[in-house]
Design a protein around this ligand. Structure first.
Ligand SMILES: Cc1cc2nc3c(=O)[nH]c(=O)nc-3n(C[C@H](O)[C@H](O)[C@H](O)COP(=O)(O)OP(=O)(O)OC[C@H]3O[C@@H](n4cnc5c(N)ncnc54)[C@H](O)[C@@H]3O)c2cc1C
Length: 303
């Protein structure tokens, strides 16, 4: 019989109504397919359950780790001791507020939000169709593609602080910039977001989403596990072009490789470990630096 840790025992006693799994492999919840076990992975279905989890974590003096769809994170090989709160599909729900605004819960995928907007004749989220993360992760990262960015459509966000208090932050307070929001420096959890869109023609919106998806599949290694672009776009350059120029396509450490299809992606081609990916990132940064004097900044969140 497997013995429960103190935290797991406490959780069993206190949080029995919250869906959770013990010793859950993070590799099954990250698009990289990398990561050891989470001591506890909880899937709160509403803000009350999320509040209970945050209060319990504070009481136990443990800082919970928030996971959306896990499409931008490199989880550690040794796993995470403590509570991982997984919001994808858990914190669920999407609605039209009035003629041109929609509210999405943080666990809804951005693709679903974009399809919902399209079905309701609303334009503005086409760029997000095909970004595989959740709305929560998209706000946190200020996700963007093909000229669009979450900051361009976000009106406000509802967050919960570690004491369980809910407040609304408007766009100005979120201090968005390229792949950054002020939430990167905060312990708040995003619960939902309101997007301000414009009325549009359904067939045009769907046509645009299809066009962008075709571009994406033609240029990105979507058939391999990855966490999207490994590096941020340096000012005045494209990371993929610099990596390609330095001759690094196909560079490999263990099971991690610089994609041969898109040099900006690191792919897990053969049971890569987090350490393989970290070492590959280190080598790419150093070699690009010595090739052209540009220091790349990782876009992937390394836990
Ligand atoms: C094939 C592929 C293509 C991609 N293409 C793009 C692209 O075109 N543009 C782009 O911007 N990104 C892209 N990405 C990266 C990724 O999808 C985005 O960054 C996305 O916004 C991450 O969302 P997520 O739910 O997966 O977040 P996760 O990876 O789960 O988390 C990312 C960070 O956000 C935090 N977080 C997540 N949810 C919350 C929440 N509710 N409250 C507080 N913090 C939270 C996490 O703690 C973590 O630090 C791509 C990834 C892949 C695998």
């Amino acid at each position: 019989m497997i013995e429960l840790t103190c935290l797991q025992q406490h959780f069993t006693e206190q949080g029995s109504d919250i869906p959770c799994r013990f010793n859950e492999p993070l590799s099954e919840h990250t698009s990289f397919r990398i990561g050891g076990n989470a001591e506890i992975m909880a899937f709160p279905e509403n803000s009350e359950q999320l509040q209970k989890l945050l209060l319990m974590s504070a009481e136990l003096d443990t800082k919970p780790v928030i996971l959306g769809a896990g499409t931008n994170v490199l989880a550690p090989d040794e796993g995470v001791s403590g509570i991982v709160i997984c919001l994808k599909d858990a914190l669920d729900g999407i609605e039209v507020l009035d003629g041109h605004r929609i509210r999405c819960m943080a666990g809804v995928t951005m693709t679903r939000a974009a399809v919902f907007a399209a079905n309701n004749g609303l334009t503005g989220l086409e760029f997000a169709h095909g970004i595989p993360g959740t709305v929560g992760g998209g706000i946190y990262m200020n996700a963007g593609a093909y000229g669009g960015e979450i900051s361009g459509v976000c009106e406000c966000v509802q967050v919960m602080d570690p004491q369980g208090n809910i407040r609304t932050l408007d766009k100005a307070a979120l201090n968005f910039s390229y792949r950054h929001s002020m939430l990167n420096n905060s312990s708040d959890v995003i619960i939902s977001a309101v997007f301000q869109l414009e009325p549009g023609i359904v067939s045009d919106i769907r046509g645009k989403m299809k066009e962008l998806m075709t571009k994406r599949s033609a240029s990105q290694p979507l058939d391999m596990p990855s966490a999207g672009s490994a590096f941020k776009r340096p000012v005045g350059h494209y990371a993929a072009a610099l990596i390609d120029q330095a001759g690094l396509k196909g560079l490999r450490v263990g099971g991690a490789e610089v994609s041969r299809k898109h040099a900006g992606f690191i792919v897990n081609c053969d049971n890569a470990s987090a350490n393989d990916v970290k070492e590959l990132i280190r080598q790419v940064r150093e070699r690009v630096w010595s090739d052209c004097g540009v220091w790349l900044d990782p876009e992937i969140r390394i836990w």
